[in-house]
Design a binder for this molecule. Structure first.
Ligand SMILES: Cc1ncc(COP(=O)(O)O)c(C=O)c1O
Length: 394
C-alpha cells in the first residue's frame, strides 16, 4: 500500500485552492511520457509523432559521435561527478571542456554549470545586489527573471528590444547597472540587436549579460551564436551565457567572460558552489558536440536549419498564417488561446507535436503555435506539418 503523511488542514486547503486556480485559468499541466525515437520522433501510446517541440536543433543528441563519447566516458570514468567542483567534483574533463568553449567563442575564460537555468540564476545573483539596477527585456527567459529575484536588485523591465527604453531606465539610476537580454528569444524567435545593447551598456556604464542559449551552435559561420551571426566578437558583452542542452544535445550550461568576472562567479555564484558538477558522460557528449559544431559538418547542419526555416515560413504563409522570428524558432500566430489549443490537438491527431503557447507564457494578444526546427527534420516533415496545419484550420 502507498503511504504519504496526511496534510494539516491549512496545507490541504492551500493545495486544493492552487489546483482550482490552475484549472480555472487553464494552466493545469500534465506529463506525457513517451520514448524519444530520434532527434525529431517521439513515440507516445505506440504512435510515432514528428516533434516540433524540442531544442535538439542540430540533432546532435543522437549523433553517433556524441553517443559514443558519452558511452565510452561512462565506461571509463563512471557517471556522477560525486561533488560540487569546489569540493571534490572537479574533473579534468570539466576543465578541458571549459578551455574548448572559451577557445571556440574567443573569450578569455569559461565556467561550466549544471544547467543553463543555473547559469543565469548564478550570474544575476552574483553580480546584482540591492544597490544594482537591472534592466531586463520583457521577453527574457524565466531563469533570468528568477536570477533577478534572487539578487534582490531593483529590476526594471523594458519593452521588448526597445533599447531607448532600457537606456532611459538605466540612466535614471545612480549606483551599479546591469543590462540583461536573451540573444535569440525563446518564444518570439526574434533576435536582440547586440550592437545596440552594447552601445547602451557602454553609454550607461552597465554590465552587459547576454543569454545565447538558443544561438550557440545554431547561428554564426562557426556556430559561435548570435554575436557571430551579427558580425560581433566577444568584446560586445561582458558575460555571455549559454546551455549545453540545446544545440549541443547534452546537459549543462556555461558563462564566458573575462578572467576577473569568471573568478567572481567561481567564488560567489551559488548554483555553481552548492550543486554537484555536471556528469562526466554529459561533459564528454558536449565536447564531442562542440567539435562537430565547429567543423564543416556543423556548418552544413546550420545551413540545413536555415533552409528548413525558409521552407516552413514560406509554406505557412501560403496558407495565410502570420509567423514571427527569423531563425529556427518559428511562432505561428493564432487568433485566441482556445483556437491555438484546438489546433495543437488536431495537429497531434495528425501526427505532429506543435505546442500551443498562450497567456501568460505568450502576450495576451499573441497566442501561437511554437514550432522548433531541427536539422534532423526532413523536407517531408515540414511539408506534412504545413498540410496538416492548413487542413486543421479549415
Ligand atoms: C533562453 C534560455 N535560457 C536558459 C535556459 C535554461 O537552459 P537549461 O535547459 O540548460 O537549464 C533556457 C531553456 O529553455 C532558455 O530558453
Amino acid at each position: 500500500m502507498m503511504r504519504a503523511m496526511s496534510l494539516p488542514d491549512p496545507w490541504q486547503h492551500f493545495v486544493n485552492a492552487r489546483r482550482a486556480r490552475r484549472v480555472e485559468r487553464g494552466l493545469e499541466r500534465i506529463l506525457r511520457p513517451g520514448t524519444r525515437a530520434s532527434g525529431t520522433r517521439i513515440i507516445r501510446n505506440s504512435r510515432e509523432l514528428v516533434s516540433f517541440a524540442g531544442n535538439d536543433y542540430l540533432g546532435l543528441a543522437s549523433h553517433p559521435a556524441v553517443r559514443a563519447a558519452a558511452a565510452s566516458c561512462a565506461k571509463e570514468f563512471g557517471v556522477g561527478a560525486g561533488a560540487s567542483r569546489l569540493i571534490s567534483g572537479a574533473h579534468d574533463l570539466h576543465a578541458q571542456l571549459e578551455r574548448r568553449i572559451a577557445a571556440h567563442r574567443g573569450s578569455e575564460r569559461c565556467l561550466l554549470f549544471t544547467s543553463g537555468y543555473h547559469v543565469n540564476v548564478g550570474v544575476l545573483s552574483a553580480f546584482a545586489d540591492a544597490d544594482t539596477l537591472v534592466a531586463s527585456d520583457e521577453l527574457n527567459h524565466a531563469s533570468i527573471i528568477d536570477g533577478c529575484r534572487l539578487s534582490r536588485a531593483k529590476v526594471v523591465v523594458y519593452k521588448h528590444c526597445d533599447y531607448e527604453h532600457a537606456r532611459a531606465m538605466l540612466a535614471s539610476h545612480q549606483g551599479r547597472r546591469l543590462l540583461v537580454s536573451d540573444t535569440l528569444f525563446s518564444m518570439s524567435g526574434d533576435m536582440a540587436n547586440v550592437g545596440e545593447l552594447s552601445r547602451v551598456a557602454r553609454d550607461t556604464g552597465a554590465l552587459l549579460v547576454l543569454d545565447d542559449a538558443h544561438g550557440y551552435g545554431t547561428l554564426g559561420g562557426s556556430g559561435r551564436g548570435v554575436l557571430e551571426e551579427q558580425g560581433l566578437d566577444e568584446s560586445a558583452a561582458h558575460i555571455v551565457t549559454a546551455t549545453l542542452s540545446k544545440a549541443c544535445g547534452s546537459l549543462g550550461g556555461y558563462a564566458c567572460g573575462s578572467d576577473d568576472l569568471i573568478e567572481l562567479l567561481l567564488n560567489e555564484a551559488r548554483p555553481f558552489m552548492f550543486s554537484t558538477a555536471g556528469t562526466l558522460p554529459d561533459i564528454s557528449a558536449a565536447m564531442a558536440a562542440i567539435v562537430i559544431i565547429a567543423s564543416a559538418e556543423g556548418r552544413a547542419l546550420r545551413e540545413r536549419l536555415k533552409t528548413l526555416g525558409k521552407r516552413l515560413r514560406e509554406g505557412v504563409h501560403r496558407h495565410g498564417f502570420e509567423t514571427g522570428g527569423e531563425a529556427h524558432i518559428v511562432p505561428v500566430y493564432i487568433d485566441g488561446p482556445e483556437r491555438a489549443v484546438a489546433l495543437s490537438r488536431r495537429l497531434e491527431e495528425a501526427g505532429f507535436i506543435a505546442p500551443a503557447i498562450r497567456p501568460p507564457a505568450a502576450p495576451w494578444n499573441r497566442s501561437m503555435l511554437r514550432l522548433c526546427l531541427s536539422a534532423a527534420h526532413d523536407d517531408a516533415d515540414i511539408d506534412g506539418l504545413i498540410q496538416a496545419l492548413a487542413a486543421s484550420s479549415r
